[in-house]
Ligand binder design. Sequence first.
Ligand code: FAD
Ligand code: SF4
Length: 468
Amino acid sequence: MANANVDVLKRIPVREQEPLVRAKNFEEVCLGYNAEEAMAEASRCLQCKKPKCVGGCPVSIDIPGFISKVAEGDFEAAAGVIAQSSALPAVCGRVCPQETQCEGVCIRGKKGDPIAIGKLERFTADWAREHNVVPKAPEKTNGIKVAVIGAGPAGLTCAGDLAKLGYEVTIFEALHEAGGVLTYGIPEFRLPKSTVVATEVENVRKLGVKIETNVVIGKSITIDELMDEENFKAVFIGSGAGLPKFMGIPGENANGVFSANEFLTRNNLMKAFRDDYDTPIKAGKKVIVVGGGNVAMDAARTALRLGAETHIVYRRSEAELPARAEEVHHAKEEGIIFNLLHNPVEILTDENGQVKGCIVRRMELGEPDESGRRRPVEVPGSDFEIEADMVIMALGTSPNPLISNTTKGLEVNRWRCIVADEENGKTSREGVYAGGDAVTGAATVILAMGAGKAGAKGIHEYLSGKKD
Ligand code: FAD
Ligand code: SF4
């Protein structure tokens, strides 16, 4: 299958917007492969008899299967192979941490570059969207109603899988748009909303799933009411982990301190970056983003695009940065300044209570902590000030307790995460299943999707064995 013109050890490079150009716009950074490039990259695949990449994918996509179809130029068949396992391939192809998943275990990667599995998945899904390849709903339903809470990756996946099995599924979503973090968290320049996210949400609808927005479970209606009064026979909770954490340092309540969640939601969902929307955000001139994960990179790169000089302040070193390597690389190329091994100890304000800077302390790395990463240790007497008019806290999130507080018998752990079986999503409450960030705390899109699949399987087993 190898293409004679391709160096099998080297990945076909993917086209991107130039760093200095993209730092000033919200268009997608990565431009993806065209058909010729995708076929050339796919021709590098060894078609291993025992492919490790499939085990590296949390939803077990038949990776060699779809790649062989791409290599042949049969993109519709490739899309069909992916659709058997994933409802959100254009999303995953863009945001999955492939370097530690499927591509991390690719055999080709032992001697050369691993196959660009994510970029090929993205190409295939984009091709399917542009050619109107849509999933088919089952001919008839089984009349059994299942409720799904939250229209993020976990909820959409669970709902799609149950609809394919014939259930009548309704997703209840608190916000006015479906997609969860894909819509309100991850910025447009990494994940376009109106094309990629909206189409994949629409594809779940086309399977027969109803999506009711602006319904907050625990406020508008409770899980008990859904089951006792609305005849839902089972419920899947995929409500995510949207409650931001703060540091508890002096000055954190000042004007100009945001959680990354609020800052990104204002930009993504309320389109604050566009002049024609009347939900503006104050764009700082000098912005400090505290944290080192994907959320911190997204907040920093958004602030940069709004015109700010932007610093990432992170208490460990580059090796411990939890963000995807590609995001760190892009952030550096675009001009984000990294203050690594620094930790904020106080936010400084002016006479109007507005942020004017931040005192940071130097850190060094000590022994590994319980996470296995080397513990940051303060360097005494090393404090200094960084000037800033906005500070964005990107320190992680936890699940909102609204659902657990209003659902009898639903067990949560000390981080307020719902306790659920990893295999099937079963919770302590009969008929109630859960998965995604609501169970694990903030994690990844593909893990949430894997949990949505497990939940659908658990619900199907429960309802198939249940006598009315
Ligand atoms: P969510 O996506 O949070 O969806 C939960 C949904 O439930 C939301 O729409 C919410 O409004 C709704 N909801 C909550 N409470 C209720 C209620 N009471 N009633 C009704 N609806 C409710 N992961 C990656 O893999 N790669 C990345 O590059 C990446 N970047 C990220 C960048 C940012 C800025 C953020 C915030 C996260 C990022 N993640 C990334 C993590 C990833 O997005 C999440 O792990 C994933 O979205 C979790 O999916 P979920 O379905 O469990 O929850
Ligand atoms: Fe790899 Fe993610 Fe695609 Fe699975 S869904 S094959 S992990 S990019």
